[in-house]
Design a protein around this ligand. Sequence first.
Ligand code: TMP
Length: 229
Amino acid sequence: MSCRGLFLTFEGPEGSGKTTQSALLARRLEDAGHRILAIREPGGTAVGEALRDVLLNHPGQPLDVRAETLIFAAARAQLVTEVLKPALDQGRIVLCDRFADSTLAYQGFGHRQDLSLLRPMIEYATGGLEPSLRIFLDIPPADGLARCRTEEHKDARNRLAHAGTREWNRMDALDLSFHQRVYEGYLELAGQDPERWLTVDAKEGPAAVHARIWDGVSVLLPNAAEAVV
Ligand code: TMP
């Protein structure tokens, strides 16, 4: 799928600072005169936000993992058609807080779903749309989860996140071994395809992490209008 814009995704474990870094990059790009769109997954559309609520706050019976995977995919399909593709076609820079690689990391590595089944499902849901660059905020899960529990992080999320985000959700509550598999999954995905991933040490402070991200993103900007995704 080809489009004119630039499609940047933020990926990483819980507490990696995606929301903060997405907001910092959005501000920097806007200050530099770029037209940007910042969205998050699951969500970004009315259907997507409703599905997000089902996924993250599902009461009663535990959600079957295949049902969970398909709901993430359904929210993504709606986002691609309704928001992402039109914005990229207009030549915008789209910053997305999580995208299909979260499904590979969480449902694939975390929940041990077969990657060879997930990949074609993702391609179907996205119509083949892939990020121009994935920004992986690399933080070991124990450190990230500890950060999630600090008041400072909760305040930052509440300030920066879109309306309705809860600072603690069902996914956060899964055990550490799950998050360790997710983290190792990210390392594997990013390691297999270093051209398409920008890996940033997220243990540093927000300004240092932002500087590294800017180094990786700013080189893509002169060609943003012609970028082929
Ligand atoms: P976040 O707002 O912290 O990013 O919360 C979203 C949660 O949903 C997070 O725990 C990761 C999870 N998730 C998946 O398991 N699969 C996916 O495909 C996506 C987009 C998110």
